[in-house]
Design a binder for this molecule. Structure first.
Ligand SMILES: *[C@@H]1O[C@H](CO)[C@@H](O)[C@H](O)[C@H]1NC(C)=O
Ligand SMILES: *[C@@H]1O[C@H](CO)[C@@H](O)[C@H](O)[C@H]1NC(C)=O
Length: 375
């Protein structure tokens, strides 16, 4: 089943295949392998068959290893002074409309002052239905031509949202997009290690039951996700073990969907049930999401966990808000309009600011940990 996603480069008749590039929807198998190939058989069909067998062996091995493998890990070192500056935006790709361009230009100004290391996108990258394929020009119209400020030409570590799954979900993960705009980085679930913090990016869309049980007229691209339960348990198991092994001072989990929220979508019950207990047991510091088109901060009442929503990248002002004062978790801040969130992280401190589209800081939060604490 994974063989369907393989692209063979330079394998035309009569030309020595210099390398085989594979691309699989499985979260643990992504990259480029260099495969030394033998003498070219004379019959073109034989070339094809041989390549196909080699690929299947390689991919088969990867899939088998992938069965027990950890989430794929990437490194992004902190600045020389040991700090990190990050901007977080979500729910944005609307070809500049609904204030997307205004948010982008304020991101550029704030990003310049902060000397950003990278940007996090919490998903729903392209509206209304993701990308149609690797060559969809919405990629330029909603991304490259919108986030033009020099300060934003950093890597954008992204996850997929539910709207992205309504298009060609694999297109956003394709290396071809990276060729079209080098700052783009998107996978389903992965770990980003910096020296001081570890970010665990989680593919949350497949957790929500209603996309499967009651999709209405929406069609979701579940390639690489089915069988669903195996996919979900693998993510949770890999996340739990990666969190357990992490020595990072700050542990931050990023997903598209809310866990707790006072916005129109409210809590995502499936994540409250299955993801939240892992985050609490593993001393995760923050869960960052989009999905509700607002800016929001909720403090857990029975753990150090903080919930941050940064989903104000374009269309907002939904007008629906509900949160009971009897909740054990505390609503610290809710803004129904557009904007974004910034983070500054050092060994001992993390500082969060929420910005609106004209650069006002609407809410601030910070926390510190002593130099020697291990959690
Ligand atoms: C754009 O932002 C301004 C300022 O916050 C707001 O008044 C206006 O309603 C927004 N427009 C849209 C379409 O959201
Ligand atoms: C959102 O607000 C509108 C207008 O007040 C209301 O009709 C609708 O039922 C609300 N939706 C939810 C899910 O709360």
């Amino acid at each position: 089943m994974y063989c369907a996603n393989i692209k063979v480069k330079d394998a035309q008749q009569g030309k020595q295949p210099s390398y085989l590039s594979y691309f699989s929807p499985h979260p643990s198998s992504y990259g480029t392998v260099v495969v030394p190939t033998g003498p070219i058989p004379t019959h073109p069909m034989a070339v094809k068959n041989e390549i196909f067998i080699v690929i299947c062996v390689i991919v088969g091995t990867i899939v088998i290893i992938g069965g027990n493998a950890e989430l794929q890990r990437f490194d992004h070192p902190a600045k020389a002074d040991g700090s990190l500056s990050i901007l977080v935006v979500g729910d944005w790709g609307r070809k500049g409309k609904y204030n997307q361009s205004q948010v982008a230009s304020q991101m550029g100004i704030t990003g310049e002052k902060m000397d950003l290391d990278f940007i996090i996108s919490t998903g729903d990258n392209f509206y209304p239905s993701g990308l149609t394929g690797e060559h969809d020009t919405a990629f330029e119209e909603s991304f490259t031509k919108i986030y033009t400020a020099p300060s934003l030409q950093r890597l954008w570590y992204s996850v997929l949202g539910n709207h992205d799954y309504r298009g060609d979900a694999l297109a956003q993960l394709s290396p071809i997009l990276k060729q079209r705009d080098g700052k783009w980085f998107c996978l389903k679930s992965y770990i980003l290690s910096t020296d001081i913090a570890e970010f665990f990016f989680i593919d949350t869309t497949p957790f929500q039951d209603k996309y499967f049980t009651d999709p209405g007229d929406k069609v979701y691209d579940w390639r690489g996700v089915l069988p669903r339960e195996k996919y979900l348990t693998t993510i949770l198991r890999d996340l739990e073990s990666a969190l357990g092994e992490s020595h990072a001072k700050w542990k931050i989990v990023v997903g598209h969907h809310t866990i707790r929220s006072g916005g129109i979508h409210g809590d995502t019950q499936e994540l409250v049930k299955r993801l939240l207990p892992i985050l609490k047991a593993s001393n995760v510091d923050m869960y960052i999401n989009g999905h509700d088109h607002c800016l929001e901060h909720i403090s857990s009442g029975d753990s150090p966990l903080q919930f941050f929503t940064s989903g104000g990248g374009s269309k907002a002002w939904r007008g629906n808000y509900s949160w009971s004062s009897n909740e054990k978790d505390q609503m610290k801040f809710y803004y129904d309009g557009q904007g974004f969130m910034t983070m500054r992280i050092t060994q001992n401190e993390v500082g969060i600011d929420f910005y609106d589209i004209v650069g006002n800081i609407l809410h601030k939060w910070s926390a510190s940990k002593s130099l020697f604490s291990i959690i």
